[in-house]
Write a protein that binds this ligand. Structure first.
Ligand code: ZN
Length: 132
């Protein structure tokens, strides 16, 4: 399950600005993507998605292509992110799927017209995983 995290060292104010830009541009729908690191720099990699105001779906082929491109380029996946235009500050049960890609997730949510970010860390202690 996702729980709130205070690990913010990768999330610079510039990165937050870029995330907010993407979340704003995607309105009224959700947006989604990866936060990646190459050397000392983190940047966002928006992913093409089928999105509604309350759901976002990335085709598995798109995800695999993105992950392979990162691997080939020596780029590290730091976190996933998506937005909740309706202001919900908690991940939904569907959002558990993000943990397949990274154990760190940045949720952007909009409250009174302002975007805020909350970082979540994945713990598999409750949801049993198949790591055998
Ligand atoms: Zn969500």
């Amino acid at each position: 399950m996702w729980s709130k995290s205070t690990r913010t060292e990768f999330l610079s104010s510039m990165l937050v600005l870029r995330l907010v830009e993407q979340a704003e541009a995607a309105l009224p729908n959700e947006c989604v993507g990866f936060i990646v690191r190459k050397g000392p720099r983190c940047f966002i990699l928006p992913l093409p998605a089928l999105a509604t105001p309350s759901r976002v779906y990335v085709h598995p082929d798109v995800l695999l292509d993105a992950a392979m491109a990162l691997d080939c380029g020596g780029v590290e996946l730091v976190a996933t992110y998506h937005s909740h235009p309706d202001g919900t500050a908690e991940p939904s049960s569907n959002d558990n799927l993000f943990s397949a890609w990274s154990y760190t997730h940045v949720l952007l949510y909009r409250s009174a017209g302002q975007w805020a970010t909350q970082i979540y860390a994945w713990s598999s202690s409750v949801a049993a995983t198949s790591d055998s």
